[in-house]
Design a protein around this ligand. Structure first.
Ligand code: UDP
Length: 259
């Protein structure tokens, strides 16, 4: 399959035109950034691991009836997705206090919340993705009330499902970020889950040791970032062909196969 021209390059992914007008190719890069790109590095193989983890999660979500943009994985770094119009809101779901919530309110990291907390951030690199309320979203027309209700109810379902999925492999889902997009299907405007779900967008702690196996290893300069992501992939049972190969070599082989 030949992909078209680049239409957008973000911090961790690139989007290309897909084989038809309703699709895009989502390419996972090895670049890691944090604190609104003030901190950056390349973590060799991260893109491959995130591609596999996100594929696995999107497929499982599709199976339980959560609509997503995911169509199929194309190779080790790319997936075919439905073209959507992204809602400019990041939905963060939290089960345990960490990150900016801990800093903003001075509550100890690791405090278990009595019920999941949903937060909204306005997607703007220039403004550093500010926290906003439902009223801001309505007033500025970033989403209509029905879309907001749908985003909240899908986010809660996704949280319940992911809590169980990760619990089953000895991981605590601390928090995660979701993005949604609009598309027209059968003449209907629909909202679907977009972007990715991976250790770049979730906090995952080992159930027994509370060891961090996610992007906080990068943010906090702990080292072993790739190893943390690989451990999540290993527990999920993805990345079967990478044993004994570097992620780069595996990606090259996969690209050669597809040509
Ligand atoms: N998150 C993300 N992208 C962002 C901001 C947050 O994927 O632009 C994820 C982050 O990995 C964590 C959750 O959302 O799992 C909550 O992040 P938080 O608000 O604590 O901010 P951070 O510490 O990531 O700056």
């Amino acid at each position: 399959m030949k992909k078209g021209s680049k239409i957008y390059e973000g911090k961790a992914k690139i989007l290309f035109e897909g084989p038809d007008p309703d699709t895009l190719v989502q390419h996972f890069k090895d670049d890691a950034t944090a604190f609104n790109a003030e901190m950056r590095d390349v973590i060799e193989g991260k893109g491959v691991i995130n591609n596999y983890i996100s594929e696995h999660i999107m497929l499982r979500l599709n199976e339980i009836g959560i609509p997503t943009h995911f169509i199929k994985r194309l190779n080790m770094r790319e997936q075919l997705v439905k073209r959507v119009d992204i809602v400019p809101i990041e939905v963060v779901v939290r089960n345990v206090v960490a990150g900016t919530l801990s800093k903003r309110l001075g509550i100890a990291e690791g405090t278990v919340l009595p019920h999941p907390l949903i937060e909204f951030y306005y997607k703007s690199d220039a403004l550093g993705d500010p926290l906003v309320t439902e009223d801001h979203i309505m007033v500025f027309g970033w989403a209509i009330p029905e879309e907001l209700d749908e985003m909240v109810s899908l986010s809660m379902r996704i949280n319940d499902f992911l809590l169980g999925l990760f619990y089953g492999i000895g991981l605590r889902l601390i928090d995660f970020k979701l993005e949604f997009g609009r598309l027209i299907e059968d003449d209907m405007l629909r909202l679907v889950l977009a972007d990715e779900i991976s250790p770049d967008t979730c906090r995952l702690w080992d159930m027994n040791t509370n060891e961090k196996l996610d992007k906080d290893r990068f943010r906090l300069k702990m080292g072993g970032v790739k190893e943390g992501y690989q451990e999540v992939a290993r527990r999920l049972g993805v990345l079967p062909r990478m044993q004994g190969k570097t992620a780069e070599r595996a990606a090259e082989e996969s690209a050669e196969e597809k040509e």
